[in-house]
Design a protein around this ligand. Structure first.
Ligand SMILES: Cc1cc2nc3c(=O)[nH]c(=O)nc-3n(C[C@H](O)[C@H](O)[C@H](O)COP(=O)(O)OP(=O)(O)OC[C@H]3O[C@@H](n4cnc5c(N)ncnc54)[C@H](O)[C@@H]3O)c2cc1C
Length: 482
């Protein structure tokens, strides 16, 4: 059983809509609506997925496609887990947690025909804007985007040498991504199984190493350099390439966002790689906004699953997994006591919820439970969604008179982190349980009556929404790392 669920969790990181239930497609993030008596959760399925995060929904779509009668049971009223659109402030729709798309595997995009099911993405270009807090007037800013010539011009404000090195750095990272990309679709190597079992079994196990060896071969003689990117602190890697702090700190943000790490932490280079190895509609390394907010992605996946016949239910919290005598999964019990039988149970909930809350502890090996308890899930990230009545006007890039969005309003805006040291300082304070004490001086200004600058006592990466919602120009999302 434990092995089954463990396998399932790995899979997750990879028709027939019941009459009377419908998946409401507008507004995005809308709950499932119950429309008639025929809409019933059945007593038995071939597969049950706990949780309708986007990974749970993808798993359900593939299971149903493979011919298994599949149900997804989500505890919240809205599908998508962290990929949801919600109207937190009346009149304003937010991608409440996750907000940018890139890591969705192209094969899933194609297999599930997500475009046909309504997914529309808008590329984020330029991708980052770093306004500086400096005493000169006007202060400078750094805008990075896919246009290499313009990006080099921007970097040259701070260092000609860095501007020249930038295309080579991008090519270096690009080669690494190309070599490692196939690993994302390959089953993980089961190191514990290597060298075990019959000769035939051992040969089979060895074959799982093939994609890894191929990646090594593709990297060729540069392998030691790439190995360093994966294992060294990102500050060391960036110091090798560049000299200007605004550039290094802007790039380093992607090496620490979401991770309890400083740019000086060994292995932070891997986190950066994670942020450059995605792709969007064939463009490698590109990130984009989902029209309708991130919930529209979850809706498209849910549509793909239900079109194949999967049953998806909101407001169905699973209380525990039913186990047989030999520890095999037999189904789940909902909070209201309803039993749903199934030979296959997948969990989209976190490993801690799955193994420490939903499964009786005595049914699991002690050392396994201990390892789950020890998983470090601390995060230094705070995301604050803010509704504003107009776009901020930055001292380094003031708004036009008509107040229309400028390119830098549509990308990730890095505030108060234009030096690697600031990121490191924010990390050390977060590690001690404190928000960053580095209070930003104003780098944007009020542009009209009633406009105020949100107080931010955090190292903050600020994101303006793209043109994905009708309220785009009134919709500001602040995501902070502290
Ligand atoms: C603030 C924030 C911003 C992020 N930004 C980005 C971004 O821009 N781009 C990006 O690629 N990634 C981003 N991420 C990471 C990304 O959102 C997650 O990696 C991803 O959403 C995980 O998806 P999932 O389906 O595996 O799990 P989840 O989204 O966590 O879904 C799990 C689901 O299981 C349900 N569940 C749990 N327990 C039960 C139960 N007992 N019964 C029934 N249902 C249950 C939950 O309600 C939830 O819906 C961000 C994460 C956060 C927190």
């Amino acid at each position: 059983m434990a092995a089954g669920l463990r396998g399932t969790l790995a899979l997750l990181c990879s028709s027939r809509w019941p009459q009377g239930w419908r998946l409401s497609l507008g507004p995005p993030g809308a709950r499932l609506a119950h429309g008639g008596a025929a809409a019933r959760l059945q007593q038995e399925y071939d597969a049950v997925v706990i949780g309708a995060g986007h990974n749970g929904l993808v798993a359900a779509a593939y299971l149903q496609r493979a011919g298994l009668r599949t149900a997804v049971l989500e505890k919240r009223h809205v599908l998508g887990g962290a990929a949801v659109t919600e109207e937190i402030v009346p009149g304003f729709k937010f991608s409440r947690a996750s907000y940018l798309l890139s890591l969705l595997r192209p094969q899933i995009y194609a297999d599930l025909e997500l475009q046909r099911h309504g997914l529309r993405v808008l590329p984020r270009d330029p991708y980052s804007f770093t306004p500086l807090l400096e005493d000169r007037s006007p202060p400078r800013s750094l805008l990075l985007g896919h246009d290499m010539a313009q990006t080099q011009q921007q970097i040259a404000q701070f260092s000609q040498k860095d501007a020249q090195a930038y295309p080579e750095y991008e090519a270096f990272m690009g080669r690494m991504v190309l070599a490692l990309d196939p690993l994302l679709d390959a089953p993980p190597v089961d190191t514990a199984a290597l060298g075990k079992g019959s000769l035939l079994q051992q040969l089979r196990n060895l074959r799982t190493l093939k994609p890894l060896l191929q990646a090594g071969l593709a990297l060729g003689r540069q392998l030691p350099h790439y190995y360093e990117v994966l294992t060294a602190p990102i500050s060391k890697i960036l110091d090798h390439w560049f000299e200007s702090e605004p550039l290094k700190a802007t790039l380093a943000t992607d090496a620490v966002i979401g991770a309890m790490a400083s740019p000086h932490t060994p292995g932070s280079g891997y986190v950066l790689l994670h942020h450059v190895m995605g792709e969007l509609e064939g463009r490698r390394g590109a990130w984009g906004y989902v029209a309708g907010g991130m919930g529209a992605l979850s809706q498209a996946i849910a549509q793909a699953a239900t079109a194949r016949g999967a049953h998806i239910f909101a407001e169905k919290a699973v209380c525990h997994v039913l186990l047989g005598r030999a520890g095999e999964a037999q189904g789940v019990v909902l909070q209201d006591g309803t039993e749903v039988r199934s030979k296959l149970v997948l969990s989209n909930a976190s490993p801690k919820i799955t193994f420490l809350e939903l499964i009786p502890q005595e049914q699991l090996p002690k050392d396994f439970v201990q390892r789950i308890r020890q998983l470090d899930t601390r995060s230094p990230v705070t995301k604050i969604n803010v509704a504003v009545d107009r776009l901020p006007s930055f001292l380094a890039a003031p708004n036009a008179h008509d107040g229309q969005p400028l390119p830098h309003h549509q990308c990730s805006i890095h505030l108060n982190c234009e030096g690697t040291q600031l990121l490191h300082q924010a990390f050390t304070e977060a590690a001690q349980g404190h928000p960053s004490s580095s209070t930003p001086r104003p780098c944007w200004q009020a542009v009209g009556p009633g406009t105020s600058r949100p107080e931010m006592h955090m190292q903050t990466r600020c994101l303006t929404a793209s043109k994905t919602t009708p309220q785009a120009s009134r919709h500001l999302s602040l995501a902070g790392t502290s």
